[in-house]
Design a protein. Sequence first.
Length: 92
Amino acid sequence: MAKEADKDILTRLADAGEEALRKLGDAPGMDRALTYARTTRKQIDELTKRVQGINALEARIAKLEKQVAALSKESSSSKRSPARKAPPTASP
């Protein structure tokens, strides 16, 4: 008998939930809310793709910075200051 009472309560809750969902679907402005939710999801997906692209660009920049640093070290070590010539002296 306790199980029948539980079923009745659960059945009543299910029915009430279904009724609430129907009323919510018929509520004014619900179509705008659903449209907003759909477009927001699309925008979030697009932003996620862009952020992933930014991560790839940051990795490329870090690699290029290392290359530039290495080239700068090479060029500074290979460039020696030219030997200075003595200024011409006046002949007597």
